[in-house]
Ligand binder design. Structure first.
Ligand code: UD1
Length: 427
């Protein structure tokens, strides 16, 4: 199994290109199921989750071609509207196929995602929403089996804000009979980008990016070319790493307008940040003792602070001047990086969903284990900060969501090496 070896203490400096957003790419790949003519996605990130979704779609009969600018998905015919357990268990986002399959084929079988490392993560909102649109849904043999001759427009209010839940119902509603109103919808930029893609495909959508989305069903969608937005979490991760190592970096092909809460918090820690239309420059700020300032954060749905950046900010907090408080409100078990940070010398107490991080003078390299995608990113940042060598085990989590991370970090001057197995899959 691959590991990462990092020799810490080097400030990150230079320029790095930000990839397309994983969380926009995944629903947009599924949007191809809604059209009998090809959808072309530009700025496709080369990630294991994207490869898994493409495998899933090709098993259904979607023809997939990769090229320089991205990927073409041709769903002229769908032979097999099924998402099997073997793939769903490796990626919960496979649930995103449910709505489009049902809308296009009138039936779908998608394996129930199991529990996952960061919490229970039920899919009840996806199911309730589709039932409200007239689908008949049975849970049998570990599968969600859904049928609907024709989905019908409805008024559905989410009990909790769900990103993929909103995306699933948004896609399903594009081909439903009549008007669907989604209340308490997720406002994440990836939902907005999906709505932009669907609108270009001929869907009639109003209000994406607000908590009420209205969709007027149409009889068919058509293929288009769409460019996936930049990954705001990859952007935030590099910025946090630069702030933590007191470096100076420029993100290219980034979008600062979807990163407000993260940029504001990094500024509070003392970092200097400047933005243009497609770049973000960060210069690590520090006081006379060379430390960043402690901070408080509470994760929340967009435009609040993203749960997907909580772990990376905790790495930054470990050596800050003072005590930082991080409260996780989205997922119930998203503090597993704490035990690993402590192995590097961090001083952290956890009480329920609240972590109190007292800044220490330094971290010292050790062997640690990645437990989920963003926890892995947190450990990479901590390894870059630590004195001596840090070895991170189980980095397959990292390859799910970060494109060529060791290559990009090496380009910024980090001493980081993948050992023990194959290089990250290509393509
Ligand atoms: C998406 C993102 C993930 C991010 C998360 C929160 C993708 C592919 N993944 O995940 O990176 O961390 O949003 O920003 O876009 N919930 C229910 N019932 C449901 C659905 C969700 O109770 O049917 C709960 C979850 O357990 C969680 C909260 O709602 O506590 C938010 O989850 P949700 O927004 O659905 O996360 P995902 O869409 O899975």
């Amino acid at each position: 199994m691959d590991k990462l070896k990092i020799k810490g203490g080097q400030p990150l400096t230079g320029e790095v290109r930000i990839s397309g957003a994983k969380n926009a790419a995944l629903p947009e790949l599924c949007a191809a199921l809604l059209s009998a003519t090809p959808l072309v996605l530009h700025n496709r990130p080369q990630l294991n989750d994207v490869r898994t979704m493409e495998t899933l779609l090709s098993q259904m009969g979607v023809k997939i071609t990769h090229h320089d600018v991205g990927v073409t998905l041709d769903a002229a015919t769908i032979d097999w509207p099924l998402a099997p357990y073997e793939l769903v268990k490796t990626m919960r986002a496979s649930i995103l196929a449910l709505g489009p399959l049902l809308a296009r084929c009138g039936e779908a079988r998608v394996s129930m995602p199991g529990g996952c490392a960061i919490g229970l993560r039920p899919v009840d909102q996806h199911i309730k929403g589709l039932q409200a649109m007239g689908a008949v849904i049975d849970l049998e043999h570990g599968y969600i089996a859904a049928r609907a001759v024709k989905l019908k427009g409805t008024h559905f209010s989410f009990d909790v804000v769900s990103v993929t839940g909103t995306e699933n119902l948004l896609m399903a509603a594009t081909l439903a009979d009549g008007v669907t109103v989604l209340d308490n919808a997720a406002c994440e930029p990836e939902v907005v980008d999906l709505a932009r893609c669907l609108t270009a495909m001929g869907a009639k959508i109003r209000g994406a990016g607000t908590s009420r989305i209205e969709i007027e069903g149409v009889t068919a969608l058509h293929g288009v070319e769409h460019r996936i937005i930049p990954d705001r979490i990859e952007s935030g991760t590099f910025l946090a790493a630069a702030a933590a190592t007191r470096g100076e970096i420029v993100l290219r092909d980034a979008d600062a307008t979807i990163l407000d809460s993260v940029l504001d918090l990094l500024r509070c820690t003392g970092a200097h940040i400047e933005t243009t239309k497609d770049t973000i420059t960060l210069r690590g700020g520090n006081d006379a003792a060379g430390k960043s300032k402690a901070f408080d954060l509470v994760t929340a749905p967009y435009p609040g602070f993203p749960t997907d950046m909580q772990a990376q900010m905790m790495a930054l907090a470990t050596c800050a001047d003072g005590t930082s408080t991080l409260i996780e409100t989205i997922f119930e078990s998203r503090m597993m990086h704490v035990q690993e940070l402590k192995r590097l010398g961090a001083d952290i107490d956890v009480d329920g969903n609240t972590a109190r991080v007292r800044g220490v003078s330094k971290l010292s390299g050790a062997t640690v284990m990645a437990t989920d995608l963003r926890a892995s990113a947190c450990l990479v940042i901590a390894g870059l900060m630590a004195e001596g060598e840090t070895t991170i085990d189980r980095i397959y989590h990292l390859d799910r969501g970060y494109e060529k991370i060791e290559e990009k970090l090496s380009g910024l001057g980090a001493s980081i090496q993948r050992v023990g197995g194959s290089a990250a899959a290509k393509g």
